[in-house]
Design a protein around this ligand. Structure first.
Ligand code: NDP
Length: 500
């Protein structure tokens, strides 16, 4: 049981869920203890208090979960696709029925404002799951006009087998569904590892999976840290694919483990340092508001955070002043508070990491315009940081080059379009980009020239289940969402038929 919860009128389902501690692993539709008996604590980042003890899966637990998923694969992959879809739709309905409890658990475990969890994360979760469920019975092959006579050639898109999903802590349930939806729709079985910081909603989801009536082994949930749990999955010989979202450094480790084991397929949605651009002809009020939320929503802990803001010189001072004014009005607070724009960072380590970027940025000559200090008093046991805005013309600073994953914006002025493109493309990342202008031709030129998997024109941060999403360069590869997501979880078989 949680040692202490914030004052809030919690759903009975939330309280019931937290009563059972330690939380167990979900393998073959059963709740099981970790074979080592080890557990770890998951903590409320707003208060530093323990929410639950959670089973820590070791290598033998990974073996057990993968064996269950492998055993379930033949029947699941041969289930009529429309019947797989029915189960996925039913799961979406159950998630919707439990949305309030799931939103509360997300806010407790991750710290995000409850309004965001309830109106953002949860509706997205069901929307994404239903979209992917709809693909289950629309996965088609093609006929191929080959050069040989009397040969009928066609392709089939077949599932891969056991998929391992390793996900981060910023959108715990949504990330789980981004992987679960297309993996299961395409006929794969799943072993899911949520981030150790935010395991609760994945475990709640596992209960709903069982209630839905998925056959045992189709979905398994293993809680534990990157080492040993995630690493054991990445090198497992019976996992056919790892679908990963997280840092570029860990993405590289997963590729290495895949190469050294069974050449499993890998899709990587990694970090970013996304350029957001304001031209002088933009609707400046909208652009400043857009830029503010582009970097500070989810306390900056978003892979697409528009953390490098480029402003055309004639409006630079005006934009910087407007941004400062807006940011200083943002309320940093507990996720369950009545008024909150920015919640805590995920843990002490992340807070210290971000604080180091701020300190080193100042030392290296970037000008701190506002924010950047840790909140004390009633906030001192949580991991709260005031949103920070830096002004800097030096693109070589770590602050400007590296993914901070916290509430820190780096604002800079540019003079020409060519200079802008060169500088916007000057990091190792290429996940997303934004541009604000009334010149639609210029907006499209920028959208084509910028090296990023997603570009928003006069907006920022929209994600939709139908719109492919993924990175260029070291932001990873593979596209989630859209039909492309199904491609990630299937392989093509070509069949030759001699018709003579
Ligand atoms: P990680 O990349 O370390 O974590 C992402 C997931 O990978 C977690 O489930 C983690 O487990 C797991 N993992 C960690 N090490 C291994 C491994 N060797 N083999 C297999 N799986 C592993 O991100 P962090 O949580 O440490 O955050 C660090 C930085 O990563 C952030 O500051 C940010 O820059 C970036 N990041 C980017 C994200 C994005 O959406 N692009 C999301 C999250 C982080 P566990 O956490 O349980 O140890």
């Amino acid at each position: 049981m949680a040692k202490s919860l914030p004052e809030y009128n919690f759903q009975p389902a939330t309280l019931d869920f937290l009563k059972d501690s330690p939380k167990l692993l979900f393998i073959n539709n059963e709740w099981v203890k970790a074979s080592s008996g080890k557990t770890f604590e998951t903590v409320n980042p707003a208060t530093g208090q323990v929410l639950a003890e959670v089973a820590l899966a070791g290598e033998s637990d990974v073996d057990q979960a993968v064996a269950a998923a492998k055993a379930a694969f033949p029947a699941w992959s041969q289930t009529i696709a429309a019947d797989r879809a029915i189960l996925l739709f039913k799961l979406a309905d159950l998630i919707e029925q439990h949305a309030d409890a799931l939103a509360e658990l997300e806010t407790l475990d991750n710290g995000k404002p409850i309004r965001v969890a309830r109106r953002g994360d949860l509706p997205y979760v069901t929307k994404h799951l239903r979209y992917q469920a709809g693909w289950a019975d629309k996965i088609e092959g093609s006929t191929v006009p080959v050069t040989f006579p009397n040969q009928f050639v066609y392709t089939r898109r077949e599932p891969l087998g056991v998929v391992g999903a390793i996900i981060p802590w910023n959108f715990p349930l949504l990330m789980a569904i981004w992987k679960l939806g297309p993996a299961l729709a395409a006929g794969n079985t799943l072993v899911l590892k949520p981030a150790e910081q935010t395991p609760l909603t994945a475990l709640y989801l596992a209960g709903l999976v069982r209630e839905t009536g998925f056959p045992p082994g189709v979905v398994n949930v293993l809680t534990g840290p990157g080492e040993p749990t995630g690493a054991a999955m990445a090198k497992h010989m019976d996992i056919a694919k790892i679908a990963f979202t997280g840092s570029t450094a860990v993405g590289a480790k997963i590729m290495e483990a895949a190469a050294k084991s069974n050449l499993k397929r890998v899709s990587l949605e990694l970090g970013g340092k996304s350029p957001n651009v304001i031209f002088a002809d933009a609707d400046l009020a909208a652009a400043v508001r857009g830029a503010q939320w582009a970097v500070f929503s989810t306390a900056g802990q978003e892979c697409v955070a528009g953390s490098r803001l480029f402003v055309e010189r004639p409006v630079y001072a005006q934009v910087l002043a407007g941004l400062k004014e807006n940011v200083e009005k943002m309320v940093v607070n507990h996720g369950f508070a009545e008024k909150v724009h920015v919640g805590p960072l995920i843990n002490e380590t992340q807070l210290e990491r971000v604080a180091t970027y701020i300190k080193e940025g100042k030392q290296a000559g970037a000008e701190l315009i506002t924010g950047g200090e840790r909140l004390g008093d009633s906030f001192k046991d949580g991991y709260f940081l005031k949103p920070a805005v830096f002004a800097s013309q030096d693109d070589t600073l770590k602050l400007v080059q590296e993914e901070i994953f916290g509430p820190v914006a780096a604002v800079t002025a540019f003079d020409s379009y060519d200079e802008l493109i060169e500088r916007a493309n000057s990091t190792q990342y290429g996940l997303a980009a934004g541009v604000w202008t009334r010149d639609i031709g210029k907006a499209h030129r920028y959208a084509h020239a910028v090296q990023a998997g997603t570009v928003w024109i006069n907006g920022y941060g929209m994600i939709d289940p139908a719109a492919p999403f993924g990175g260029y360069k070291m932001s990873g590869f593979g596209r989630e969402m859209g039909k492309e997501a199904i491609d990630l979880y299937t392989q093509v078989k070509t069949v030759w038929v001699n018709t003579q």
